[in-house]
Design a protein around this ligand. Structure first.
Ligand SMILES: [Zn+2]
Length: 257
């Protein structure tokens, strides 16, 4: 688990699993944690790491309802988890799916956990919308397409934009189960002006970006999706995102267009 400060009031904690990012944001005397690390040891250490850095959270948020982003409550069982309404609807429509996804992935990596995942109290948040954090507010913007649900979270006062599973240096656009190409493209179009207004852009997986890097990825990802949409036979994946694993994501995308 790596910790990096992207602003005085924002730190990014990166899990060793898929470089999954959790982001702690603070304003006034309040802090919030967006998404989560993955390994049991990371989740166990998380409260200490955040408290030590002055980011002990008062609430949890998740960018979307994929299991790898939902583990905040393992570290903070007393806190409520806020999600986009679309994510709450998805969790209700497929009860136990997040738990099953986690269990299956744990089994693949031979990971044992003390307890199964309990999501506890969920707060469905209207998106677009906002939530208060101390004397500031976090903007919530719809971000669908990778999955059927999701939101980007913009801490405009400190220029930190948490986009969820978009704009990653380590992953091609992934239209996963429930996702849709048109929604994905609409999300990229919606993210563009937010990226322009941000200083640090934190993807769900992989290192945070400066604005220029995020805009370059946005262009690459739009071009890739356009090629998918045109039904091009041989699409070259962006440089650095063309491993066997990324090819298999690409193959999955082809089944969804
Ligand atoms: Zn993810």
């Amino acid at each position: 688990m790596r910790t990096v400060a992207v602003h005085r009031d924002a730190i990014v904690i990166t899990s060793l699993m898929w470089q999954t990012n959790a982001v702690a944001l603070r304003a006034g005397d309040e802090a919030m944690l967006v998404d989560s690390p993955y390994f049991p040891e990371e989740l166990e250490a998380l409260a200490g790491v955040l408290a030590g850095a002055g980011f002990a959270p008062d609430a949890l948020l998740a960018t979307h309802a994929d299991f790898d982003h939902l583990l905040g409550r393992v570290a903070f069982p007393g806190l409520a988890l806020g999600l986009a309404e679309s994510s709450a609807v998805r969790l209700q429509a497929e009860p136990g799916a997040a738990q099953r996804g986690l269990r299956d992935h744990d089994a693949e990596l031979y990971i044992e956990r003390a307890k199964p995942l309990a999501l506890g109290e969920l707060q469905a948040l209207p998106v677009p919308g906002s939530v208060e954090l101390g004397d500031q507010e976090l903007e919530l913007h719809p971000a669908e397409g990778h999955t059927v649900d999701g939101m980007a979270i913009f801490a405009r006062w400190c220029g930190v934009l948490c986009v969820g599973d978009y704009l990653s240096r380590v992953e091609v656009p992934w239209i996963s189960e429930g996702g849709a190409l048109a929604d994905y493209r609409a999300t990229l179009a919606r993210l563009a002006p937010l990226v322009e207004a941000a200083e640090a852009i934190v993807p769900g997986h992989g290192a945070p970006h400066d604005r220029e890097t995020a805009l370059r990825l946005l262009e690459e990802d739009s071009a890739y999706l356009e090629a998918l949409e045109r039904g091009e036979e041989r699409i070259r994946l962006p440089k650095g995102r063309d491993s066997k694993e990324q090819q298999s994501i690409h193959a999955e995308n082809l089944t969804r267009v």
